[in-house]
Write a protein of this length. Structure first.
Length: 202
């Protein structure tokens, strides 16, 4: 239904005389016209009619009606169960809330996912995906119904780099009460948060 625009053309003819007047009329929304062509964009799905009344220079009239059907579009909607994850063993699960209203024909929908990392495919209702590198990705879902109408929705998936933990100590063995130094040799990304803890500390 989105962006629909129908163009109607007057093909009327008369054996003697000329076509002198044209009166077009349509609803949803209401619109009229008087030219040789008439363009209408309908606001709601369903079957709609457009009427044309033509008149000759002698005052004779005739009426023609044309019917068109506007298919409704689905409503794409989804969330990601854990939209922020570390890169190690990451797995992003789509929670699909898309609907195909009765006004759009109801029934099943088909889903196409673009994950933002170069991977895209038709997939299940609640698709899953693992990213190979850290970063932020725009995940797009395309929901399509049996009439071929579609809608899109986007969400952001953030993958953070897992730090590589490493600790060194100045001494491997000390007497009770003797001080020793632990050094943090972790390698991390600015988006990573490293926590440092010691066992047996008082």
């Amino acid at each position: 239904m989105k962006g629909n625009a129908f163009t109607f053309r007057d093909l009327s003819s008369v054996v003697i005389g000329n076509i002198a007047t044209r009166t077009w009329s349509a609803t949803n929304p209401n619109k009229t016209g008087s030219g040789a062509t008439f363009v209408q964009s309908f606001a709601i799905p369903g079957t709609h009619s457009v009427q044309l009344i033509v008149g000759t220079n002698d005052g004779c009239l005739d009426t023609a009606v044309s019917f068109v059907k506007v298919n409704g579009h689905p409503i794409a909607k989804f969330t990601i169960d854990k939209p922020q994850q570390c890169d190690k063993n990451n797995l992003f699960q789509v929670i699909n809330a898309s609907v195909n209203p009765a006004s759009s024909g109801g029934g099943n929908l088909w889903y196409y996912y673009q994950w933002g990392d170069g991977n895209a495919a038709w997939d299940a209702v609640d698709a899953k995906h693992a990213f190979g590198q850290y970063g932020k990705y725009t995940v797009q879902m395309v929901a399509k119904n049996a009439a071929g109408c579609f809608d899109t929705a986007n969400q952001t998936a953030a993958v953070y780099l897992t730090p590589k933990s490493q600790v060194t100590t100045s001494l491997s063995e000390v007497c009770e009460g003797q001080l020793f130094t632990l050094s943090d040799g972790c390698q991390s990304h600015p988006d990573s948060i490293a926590a440092f803890a010691t066992a047996g500390a008082t």
